[in-house]
Design a protein around this ligand. Structure first.
Ligand code: RP5
Length: 170
């Protein structure tokens, strides 16, 4: 699954995170996108430490050709919601677990958005699913990518069938 989505390498997904310390989790999103052949960019954008950068990123992403934003942050995780308020692009939020509170604080900071400004929140630490969800969204308008997403789901299904077969044999 390493074929590029388009001939150009222009990023279609922006993977952003509040700190480089979030990369241990967010790299899974980047890996999933790479596996599906989706060109993407990776940036540190902090809602609290770099507010001007946050506004610029959110306001310019769509015009730059980005189609989906994956935003991960820990603790007082305002990055996904603030980005969603600055752009019409779909935003997928990843609650990053920190040492304290096990990521519940991140989850609640991201998931409880006011009506009108949605963030599609994945599970705590669920960056891989965020990458797959972005591929699914882009796959609605790109048949080849949609096919790769479907192949992936079929492969998972086959793995379970194989495990069942072995279980019955043992
Ligand atoms: C959040 O604060 C970041 O998203 C990160 O999860 C957390 C800690 O950041 P560092 O102090 O490690 O840079 O805004």
């Amino acid at each position: 699954m390493t074929r590029p989505l388009h001939s150009s390498d222009a990023p279609l997904v922006g993977v952003v995170m509040g700190s480089d310390s979030d990369w241990r989790v967010m790299s899974d999103a980047s890996q999933a996108l790479t596996d599906f052949g989706v060109p993407h960019e990776v940036e540190v954008v902090s809602a609290h430490r770099t507010p001007d950068r946050l506004v610029q990123y959110g306001r310019e992403a769509r015009a730059r050709g980005i189609r989906v934003i994956i935003a991960g942050a820990g603790g007082a995780a305002h990055l996904p919601g603030m980005l969603a308020s600055l752009t019409a692009l779909p935003v997928i939020g990843v609650p990053v677990p920190l040492a304290t509170l096990d990521g519940m604080d991140s989850l609640l900071s991201i998931v409880q958005m006011p009506a009108g400004i949605p963030v599609a929140t994945v599970s705590i630490g669920g960056a891989k699913n965020a990458g797959i969800l972005a591929a699914r969204i882009l796959g609605t308008a790109d048949a080849a990518l949609g096919d790769r997403v479907e192949e992936y789901a079929r492969a998972l299904e086959a793995q379970v069938e194989e495990k069942n077969r072995r279980l019955k044999e043992s």
